[in-house]
Design a protein around this ligand. Structure first.
Ligand code: CMX
Length: 136
């Protein structure tokens, strides 16, 4: 069902500040910044081999990332896996009793179709499914 890790999402207070470390100090290839209105975040993507690091800055106090930062401070927010067919992947997980946050795919960064699994049914790790056709 899963093909590879697409990205690791990291919650940050400021993209500009975080980029000083990831882009400038670590030297990762910076792919640009995009606002994902539906998720109330601004996203900076950095390529590392086949996978990406996704820096997430909230754009509103009621953003899921703002809530995460308030509770935990900056740090790893979610892990995203590519799937071949996101609708089938959601159906399979639901059939197996997983608690889906998104029962139908929604819009992610760079035109992707995404769906989240609740961390309470994935061992405490907020897990994102991302359809492969749209992830490249
Ligand atoms: N990773 C692991 N656990 C998390 C978590 C995260 N990122 N966010 C929340 N939790 C935990 C909380 O700590 C809490 O645990 P306890 O009950 O043990 O304290 C539990 O989940 C429920 O948390 P909550 O505060 O009651 O619920 P929230 O209102 O914060 O919602 C969640 C949590 C995951 C349902 C919500 O953040 C969500 O819907 N996330 C999916 C969308 C998203 O994160 N979008 C931003 C990224 C967009 C992108 O990548 O494009």
């Amino acid at each position: 069902m899963l093909t590879k890790i697409n990205h690791i999402g990291i919650a940050v207070i400021s993209l500009d500040e975080a980029l000083l470390f990831y882009r400038d100090n670590l030297g990762m290839a910076f792919k640009g910044i995009e606002e994902v209105a539906e998720q109330k975040v601004k996203v900076a993507m950095l390529q590392i081999g086949e996978a990406k690091i996704e820096l997430l800055e909230p754009t509103s106090p009621d953003s899921p990332v703002a809530k995460f930062l308030e509770k935990n401070g900056p740090g790893i927010h979610h892990l995203a896996y590519e799937v071949e067919n996101i609708v089938q992947a959601i159906a399979r997980l639901e059939q197996d009793g997983a608690r889906m946050i998104d029962r139908t795919p929604r819009n992610g960064a760079h035109g992707t179709r995404i769906a989240f699994v609740h961390p309470k049914s994935s061992g405490g790790v907020l897990t994102e499914l991302c359809q492969a056709d749209h992830c490249r």
